[in-house]
Design a protein around this ligand. Structure first.
Ligand SMILES: NC(=O)c1ccc[n+]([C@@H]2O[C@H](COP(=O)([O-])OP(=O)(O)OC[C@H]3O[C@@H](n4cnc5c(N)ncnc54)[C@H](OP(=O)(O)O)[C@@H]3O)[C@@H](O)[C@H]2O)c1
Length: 253
């Protein structure tokens, strides 16, 4: 059983901590208990927000967690409850997802379209937060790879490489065909939000790689997303990510 459900509105979690706790902490524990009863493996999707975001090298699975937001604290408790329920449990921390529905890339391209039409302000995007942007389709294939490898415990899984929000926005607008559109770099302090965000939460992907699962770069993930039916202003779908097969060296590509 894979649990991808969560209360993901990080700012709303600050004002509704009880609801966040029920969905992000209590529910994974109950689902994992059900898995124990029926003899199923439980897969819980978690987040880089369990970390403080003050590191200077990519976070490994066994680095101490220190969430700074209600979202991060409730997701960490969800991890713990999933692990303690007694079912075989796989905890997969991922980050900065784009795919179906609302996401940062969609928001930026929608804003860029308004700016190009002269209907919206110039784009301004935070440059002092760095993470691991990830296409949901690549994540899904990586999850299948980890399950097929019978991985249990905690794993980090994301597209490879890292970017700032500004870098991701710039790449998205460029790939969309508008490199001429200016995007101003701003600081987190200029955009105060209810929930603090990790300023540096790049995930170390070595453990998944050793299990034989390697996702493509985030730039490839972005290209795949923009060609997919989930993209804003999408063309007809022309792309479906392949399964990551094992290479002769054992790596999945
Ligand atoms: N987005 C990111 O950048 C990111 C980064 C790291 C980790 N994650 C994790 O990845 C997973 C998926 O995230 P996402 O961004 O795809 O989230 P999302 O788009 O907000 O989707 C969350 C899903 O959870 C469901 N849900 C929420 N509350 C529920 C409840 N009380 N009962 C049943 N279903 C409920 C929602 O259902 P409705 O559609 O019906 O509301 C929705 O389908 C989450 O575990 C999240 O913590 C996300």
């Amino acid at each position: 059983m894979v649990n991808a459900a969560a209360m993901t509105d990080v700012d709303r979690c600050e004002s509704e901590p009880e609801a966040a706790w029920r969905v992000n902490a209590l529910a994974p524990g109950l689902l994992a208990e059900t898995c124990r009863e029926i003899g199923a493996t439980f897969v819980q999707i978690s987040t880089d927000y369990v970390f403080a975001g003050t590191a200077s090298r990519p976070y490994r699975e066994d680095d101490p967690t220190d969430p700074r937001s209600v979202y991060g604290r409730t997701k960490r408790e969800g991890e713990q409850r999933a692990q303690e329920a007694g079912a075989p449990a796989l905890i997969v921390r991922t980050a900065w997802l784009f795919g179906p529905g609302r996401n940062f890339v969609r928001t930026i391209l929608t804003a860029a379209a308004r700016t190009l039409r002269g209907e919206g302000p110039a784009l301004r995007v935070v440059e002092d937060q760095r993470g691991s942007p990830t296409w949901a389709d690549h994540l899904a294939l990586g999850l299948i790879g980890l399950v097929e490898a019978e991985a249990l415990g905690t794993y980090h899984l994301a597209n490879s490489g890292s970017a700032t929000w500004w870098g991701l926005a710039r790449a998205a607008v460029d790939a969309w065909g508008h490199p001429e559109l200016p995007i101003e770099k701003v600081t987190t302090a200029e955009f105060p939000r209810p929930a603090p965000r990790p300023s540096w939460s790049v995930l170390d992907l070595g453990k998944a790689r050793r299990a034989g699962v390697v996702l493509p770069s985030w730039q490839e993930g972005l290209r795949g997303y923009l060609r997919s039916a989930d993209a804003p202003f999408a063309p007809a779908p022309t792309h479906a990510p392949g399964r990551f097969g094992r290479s002769p060296t054992g790596d999945r590509t």
